[in-house]
Design a protein around this ligand. Structure first.
Ligand code: PLP
Length: 431
């Protein structure tokens, strides 16, 4: 065990997850690659943790932050006007497609979801909320309540009265072999059934991830949320789309993940990539909902000048370089390549994804059961070959990959080669 790992274990929680048998310390980064303390270079196919959305050491972001630092103002309270905050809010409000949208900035996705739940439950004067099975929305009390992924749930105590819906758990035996249309109809029936049998009085909102991140990039068929929304609208139930992983063009086919379903939600929450590593999150919501709280409030560090400088520069970069189109292009190359290789690799149970958000599910070829052990093997194999990936899913057997949106076609081909090679190696070990 390295000295740093021993010190980490001594003073940090044992539930703080660390990847790899020998966890690495990243000490540098440039473009879409990072370097560890031993000098080894890796193509980062997890973008930090979807945080380094436009790669490492981007001049435009660095210079924007340095310009802000040079003013001497690292932080000033939001009781004063902050130009960077207003400018970023204007851009996000416009991009959201939400009518009369207003924006509130936080420091994380958890806080963003907490704020959205506060707005919705207050607007509807109800503590009842709908959420999706296998979801992950963060680590605070409210966000954990709407999280249903067992390995991340932590607590069964809840400040909210939450009902969980089917929608992302398509692989369950009862849904196998169904067409998309039949699956959507079954999920809508489940929603109607929950409303008819399990709730007492009004429901405030449905909160959902368009593609479940921590859940293993599980995807409902496009159109599910449009079908849900018809029912929600008829009942006056608000819809919160958690775009913490799916926002800013990552899915290639839409700027916010929920637009793949043809839906404009009442609120969206965001974080992770927007500051390209600087902590920034927030909620964009219909103006009437955002203005509806009858109390003053602020987040001391939410919308601070440094985060706003980084986020404005990052968002401008995404738009100026049309990185949504790049995500579509590079993501298609990788997903098509994985699908081509899968039939000769019995360890591969499923390939799924959209744009630069794609996953490989690993199974025991003998039983077809999820294999977290093979996922761990894959991680070691790709690490050795110089590629960083993520893993997760309900059973820990899903390889999750979400490279920076700046990935080049050459890097996409290089990463695909490393992934397929690692799959071949572990496949040969067990078949
Ligand atoms: N929502 C989703 C979909 C997430 O993936 C995450 C984090 O992984 C969160 C919320 C929580 O964000 P944070 O870790 O910034 O609090």
């Amino acid at each position: 065990m390295s000295d740093l790992l021993a010190r980490h274990r001594a003073v940090m929680p044992n539930w703080l997850s660390l990847y790899y048998n020998e966890p690495i310390e990243i000490v540098g980064g440039k473009g879409n690659r990072v370097v560890d303390a031993s000098g080894k270079s890796y193509l980062d196919f997890f973008a930090g943790i979807l945080t380094n959305m436009i790669g490492y050491d981007v001049a435009e972001v660095r210079e924007a932050v340095e310009r802000q630092l040079a003013t001497g103002v690292v932080h000033t309270s939001t009781v004063y006007l902050l130009r960077g905050q207003v400018e970023l809010a204007e851009k996000i409000a416009r991009l959201s497609g939400i009518e009369n949208a207003k924006v509130f900035f936080t420091n994380s996705g958890t806080e963003a979801n907490e704020t959205a739940l506060l707005l919705a439950t207050y607007a509807r004067r109800s503590d009842q909320v709908l959420a999706m099975r296998q979801s992950y929305h963060g680590r605070s009390f409210g966000a954990v309540s709407v999280t249903s992924n067992r390995s991340w749930k932590n607590s069964s105590l809840s400040p909210l009265n939450v009902h969980f819906l089917h929608g992302a758990d398509r692989h369950l035996a009862q849904f196998r072999g169904m067409s998309d249309a039949d699956y959507i109809a079954a999920c809508v029936e489940d929603l109607r059934h929950v409303l008819a049998t399990s709730v007492g009085g009004d429901v405030a909102a449905l909160i959902a991830e368009p593609i479940q991140g921590v859940g293993g990039f599980t995807m409902a068929p496009d159109g599910l949320f449009a079908a849900y929304k018809e029912v929600l609208d008829a009942e006056g139930i608000l819809f919160i789309s958690d775009e913490v992983q799916t926002g800013w063009g990552r899915t290639g086919s839409a700027f916010f993940g929920i637009a793949n379903h043809g839906v404009t939600p009442d609120m969206m929450t965001f974080a992770k990539g927007l500051g390209n590593g600087f902590a920034v999150g927030g909620v964009v919501a219909r103006g009437d909902l955002m203005d509806g709280l009858h109390a003053v409030g602020l987040a001391t560090f939410g919308g601070n000048p440094i985060s706003m400088a980084a986020a404005n520069a990052t968002l401008d970069y995404v738009l100026d370089h049309d990185l949504q189109a790049n995500a579509a292009r590079t993501g298609t190359l990788i997903i098509d390549g994985l699908r081509e290789a899968a039939p000769r690799l019995p360890v591969v149970g499923d390939i799924r994804g959209k744009g630069l958000m794609f996953a490989v599910e690993l199974v025991d070829p003998a039983t077809g059961e999820p294999s977290p052990a093979l996922a761990a093997r894959f991680m070691e194999e790709t690490k050795k070959a110089g590629l960083l990936a993520g893993k997760g899913g309900l059973h820990g057997n899903v390889l999750r990959m979400a490279p920076p949106l700046t990935l080049t076609m050459d890097e996409a081909a290089e990463g695909l080669g490393i992934i397929v090679n690692a799959l071949e190696v572990i496949n040969a070990e067990v078949v």
